[in-house]
Design a protein around this ligand. Structure first.
Ligand SMILES: Cc1cc2nc3c(=O)[nH]c(=O)nc-3n(C[C@H](O)[C@H](O)[C@H](O)COP(=O)(O)OP(=O)(O)OC[C@H]3O[C@@H](n4cnc5c(N)ncnc54)[C@H](O)[C@@H]3O)c2cc1C
Length: 803
């Protein structure tokens, strides 16, 4: 084994092998993969090898498409067969709701270029003859599905990487990692040390243990997973290969395995494996079979696939593989650890391994993953994702693998975990809570405790009329919203202005003022949207998206401030309440000494003010687009602030409102939000944020690319639509049609209660941005007429928020 390498990849499963191949392809040929056993000896060797293109996150779906299309290239380069079988796949719906879900999946697949086809139960039985069609209402066909040989794929990656210059060392365990002062690593192994500039943790089942070598607790957990292979089915003899299949109601997947059928299931009562520590001795091993545990699924399976009940079981496999709490991979550089990268938690290595390798290698070599990988970025989890939290969420996710996640559905595991001081008060007011990074926040308020649950549905739910009343209160009088779940940073010290001006695209505001600003990467794409609140020459309070806190901190490490400037995340030190609506000024004025008139405290002012006895930071801004204020206090004051506002507000007609009402009101104003309208695939001019980019202030990250985008106009445009919807609104990811062709996608949608219309925000080609009509938005399989609006539906000239 050599003693120096540019990069050491730890782990020779399908993921590590893919990373190695993609690194050599991207030009890093001095790459070394170290594997403790044989290649594939972790989860990979006993996988069923199935692959699918569909994923809840369209950006992850794109990487899955890439992976599946890669295998032929890989076979050609390596000369190693991947055992590729592409019979196509069928997804069976046993209920109307599931069929609706398939319609939505087909619609989403349209703008990814997928050729999906909805068919009836009769047709399903014709193309997939082993089912009893009485259990199904219809199905979706996907031509790009199949299965591969896990051994073949992993060795093909490794061989192709070796042809590209990489080295693979087997039977050598990495036992420790030591960081050097220059950011490089000493990789300590059983066979000696390697000095490496970069290290990739692709440790699969042991990724957690490899993480611990550098003080990192990765939120991943292995679950036991079983599949069985039947004896040969006479009906399959001489026939072309069966489609791969997912039977959602049975929570079963199948594919043909020689003359029999492989049937796997994600059972409800899933069992974690080695929840604290993965044993190093577990090499190319399996776990004892436990058919009793999957018996309920098998019973359904034998009803739905009667032919399987007529033959014996040839083999049962029970093996562990790892998941992150949301089931998507953990990929990318790790904050606080220079040149340390992860590619783990990959639960579908044969659908996702190629895309993970591609994204990570581009990130390492080019400094940018080259695609929108937010859905699998390791930075989407913060310190709150502890071992026990991960355990609860992974078990929940595993048991729901084939269940529908409704757009208004809140999952229940690991809750309540984080609560703010006003939690009990909001609960007493019949709040229905949502979970955001483990933190409870109110979604809407029911009139009684008995009504404080929401029906989960693709259509408008029982919350609809209560959300309408909340919007009405804000637009007509005043509403009170808990906003503690925003992200916050404090930047202090000499040089604060210069540094912020360099990492943000807009000008830093004057003392006492607020500025909205995008944050761009070097490619000029949106990687954040911030509210900068200037408290003094050397102190700026930043408000942003809490879910992206680790992501921002990693970025701030990369563009580190000069000595003397401190960037301090403080999201949970400050709790917040917002009052919004035409009477919000009168309400707040009754509690503060200072003059809040528009002349004295205009729109976008920010100042420390005492609210009653409570020292607060007050900004004149709200995301509702109405007159309003955001009030920040250190958490010990939040309850007193709430009581004070609620008490004084009763005279003004104050009503509590939640995240649902806020969402519809911001869409009425065409305000975008991070991870929906603002993502690293869009530029600021495309997203309508050009007025917040100051190209004249001097150099800043992404300036050259932003300038180019301004001059070219960009390829896309974020636009607002009214939609001819009846009882179901767009929620995001629906295709936008124009003149019979899919031209774009929805990023957010909701019913606008104040404007009494169904609304959607979405991206379309810039060339179509001046068209008004001819658009349709596909909601649950139906194309609904949509009219592009040239301005926000509510208060388009912004008079109300400036009043
Ligand atoms: C029963 C079953 C069925 C499955 N079916 C499918 C399927 O149909 N389709 C699909 O896409 N996925 C399937 N999977 C999941 C799939 O197996 C995983 O997604 C994939 O194997 C993950 O690969 P990996 O490289 O991340 O991890 P692993 O395969 O666990 O590889 C990690 C490697 O790192 C090595 N390693 C760890 N620590 C060290 C160290 N310190 N030093 C040196 N080497 C180290 C290990 O020895 C191991 O070889 C299935 C899994 C199971 C259990």
């Amino acid at each position: 084994m050599k003693s120096d390498a540019r990069v050491v990849v730890i782990g020779g499963g399908v993921v590590g092998a893919s990373v190695l191949y993609h690194l050599t392809k991207a030009g890093w040929k001095d790459a070394l993969l170290i594997e403790r056993g044989e290649l594939t000896c972790g989860s990979t060797w006993h996988a069923a090898g199935g692959m699918h293109t569909l994923n809840g996150d369209p950006n992850v779906a794109r990487l899955q498409q890439y992976t599946i299309n890669l295998y032929k290239e890989l076979e050609k380069i390596s000369g190693q067969s991947c055992g590729l079988h592409m019979p196509g796949g069928i997804m069976l719906a046993g209920t109307r709701e599931r069929f609706d879900w398939l319609k939505m999946a087909k619609a989403r697949g349209r703008y990814l270029g997928m050729e999906l086809e909805l068919i009836s139960a009769d047709e399903a039985a014709r193309v997939f003859p082993i089912i009893d069609k009485r259990h199904f209402v219809g199905a979706l066909l996907d031509p790009i599905e199949g299965h591969v040989d896990p051994y073949g794929v992993t060795h093909a990656y490794a061989k192709a990487a070796q042809i590209g210059g990489a080295q693979v060392v087997r039977h050598t365990r990495v036992t420790d990692l030591k960081a050097r002062g220059d950011g490089s690593w000493d990789v300590i192994t059983e066979a000696g040390n390697v000095h490496a500039e970069h290290v990739v943790n692709a440790g699969g089942l042991w990724a957690r243990e490899v993480g611990r070598m550098v003080g990192l607790e990765l939120p991943i957990l292995a679950m036991e997973h079983q599949y069985l292979i039947t004896e040969d089915l006479p009906a399959l003899k001489g026939q072309k290969e069966l489609l791969t299949c997912i039977d959602f109601e049975g929570e079963i997947y199948t594919r043909q395995e020689r003359g029999g059928v492989l049937l796997g299931t994600y059972e409800r009562a899933g069992v974690p494996w080695s929840p604290r520590q993965t044993p190093w001795e577990f090499t190319q091993s399996l776990l004892p079979e436990d058919l009793d545990r999957i018996a309920p699924s098998l019973e359904v399976g034998f009803q739905h696939f009667p032919a399987l009940g007529e033959v014996g079981i040839r083999k049962v496999v029970n093996g562990p593989f790892t998941f992150a709490p949301d089931g998507n991979p953990l990929v990318g550089p790790v904050r606080g650890l220079r040149n340390f990268w992860v590619a783990c938690g990959v639960m579908a290595g044969f659908s996702q391994g190629g895309g993970v390798g591609l994204a990570l290698s581009q990130w390492m070599v080019e400094g940018d993953p080259g695609a929108d990988v937010w859905g699998m970025d390791v930075a989407r989890y913060g310190d709150w994702a502890t071992l026990a939290y991960t355990n609860a969420k992974v078990r929940e996710n595993y048991s729901r693998r084939f269940r529908i996640r409704f757009p208004n559905e809140e999952l229940t595991a690991a809750r309540p975990l984080r609560t703010t001081p006003v939690y009990e008060r909001l609960q007493a007011a019949h709040a229905v809570f949502g979970d955001y990074c483990g933190l409870e926040h109110p979604l809407w308020f029911a009139p009684s405790a008995a009504e404080a649950t929401e029906d989960i549905t693709f259509h408008r739910s029982n919350a609809h009329r209560h959300v309408a009343a909340e919007c009405q209160a804000v637009r007509a009088a005043v509403g009170l919203l808990e906003i503690s779940n925003y992200g916050k940073f404090e930047v202090t010290g000499p040089g604060t202005e210069e540094w912020l001006s360099y990492v943000m695209a807009n000008r830093v505001p004057k003392v006492g003022r607020i500025a909205l600003t995008p944050m761009l990467n070097e490619r000029g794409k949106l990687i954040g949207d911030f509210t900068l609140c200037r408290l003094s020459a050397q102190r700026v309070f930043l408000i942003c998206t809490y879910a992206a806190e680790s992501y921002y901190r990693r970025w701030f490490e990369r563009h580190a401030p000069p000595p003397g400037v401190t960037v301090r995340p403080c999201a949970m030190e400050y709790a917040g309440l917002s009052v919004a609506g035409p009477r919000s000024r009168a309400l707040l004025q009754s509690l503060v000494r200072e003059d809040l008139s528009s002349a004295a405290f205009p729109f976008l002012s920010f100042r420390p003010l005492d609210v009653g006895m409570i020292p607060a930071l007050v900004g004149r801004i709200t995301f509702t687009g109405d007159l309003g204020y955001e009030i920040w206090v250190t958490t010990e004051y939040q309850r007193a602030l709430y009581d004070l506002l609620a008490g004084a507000g009763s005279e003004q007609g104050l009503r509590l409102f939640g995240g649902r009402a806020l969402n519809t009101m911001r869409i009425e104003k065409s305000f975008g939000t991070w991870a929906r309208e603002y993502r690293p695939i869009y530029g600021p001019y495309e997203a309508g944020l050009g007025r917040f980019v100051d190209l004249n202030k001097g150099e800043f990250v992404g300036r050259a690319a932003a300038l180019e985008e301004r001059d070219s106009g960009g390829a896309l445009r974020l636009v607002t639509f009214t939609v001819d919807a009846s009882d179901a609104d767009a929620t995001g990811d629906e295709p936008i049609w124009h003149d019979g062709k899919v031209v774009g996608w929805v990023t957010s949608g909701a019913y606008g209660h104040s404007v009494r219309q169904s609304l959607a925000l979405g991206y379309i080609p810039a060339a179509l941005a001046s068209e008004t009509s001819g658009f349709e938005i596909e909601i649950i399989g139906e194309r609904r007429k949509a009219l592009r609006q040239s301005a926000a539906l509510f208060d388009p000239d912004g008079g109300r928020m400036r009043a």
